[in-house]
Design a protein around this ligand. Structure first.
Ligand code: CA2
Length: 150
């Protein structure tokens, strides 16, 4: 089997990580998180492509672009989690395994964050562990992919 490739997507405002709201989102920057993920990916012998966008259509295009290029998607859809039928439809259309992650525990927060349009089309969701949510999500996605291919 060829080396696994995974697309990592970060949604709107996550480029501000580490600069504001540290009590909610932690002190690590998005670059810090991408570096943590890269280190984990190297250990697990997978290839990562990381992208952040504040634009729904850019994220939809990236999901479409994963078809035939990547075997799975790790996504923090940010606020689009709670609003975006377009992201959900894109994920359903490409039929790739997706793991949804959140830095904060969205279920401890405002009611509007309790609903995810992405969760029903994801393999699973991890919420509330800060940057570790991404690491746990990556590990879960890789285990899922390796089990499905064995
Ligand atoms: O907890 C998460 O990871 C969220 O996906 C973050 C989103 C929020 O809308 C979701 O409900 C939960 C918001 C990302 C905003 O990121 C910022 C980072 C630093 C400063 C301000 C915003």
């Amino acid at each position: 089997m060829d080396i696994l490739s995974i697309l990592v997507l970060h949604g709107p405002n996550l480029n501000l990580l580490g600069t504001r709201e540290p009590d909610t989102y932690g002190v690590q920057t998005l670059n810090d998180i991408n570096r943590l993920l890269e280190a984990e990916a190297q250990k697990l012998a997978v290839r990562l492509s990381c992208l952040q966008s504040n634009h729904e259509g850019v994220l939809v295009d990236a999901i479409h672009g994963a078809m035939g290029q990547q075997q799975g998607i790790l996504i923090n859809p940010g606020a689009y989690t709670h609003t975006s039928v377009a992201l959900r439809d894109a994920i359903a259309a490409v039929n790739l395994p997706v793991v949804e992650v959140h830095l904060s525990n969205v279920y401890k927060r405002e009611a509007f964050r309790h609903h995810s349009y992405i969760a029903p089309v994801a393999v699973g969701q991890i919420s509330g562990f800060g940057a570790d949510s991404y690491l746990l999500g990556l590990q879960g996605l890789i285990r899922y992919l390796r089990q499905s291919n064995s």
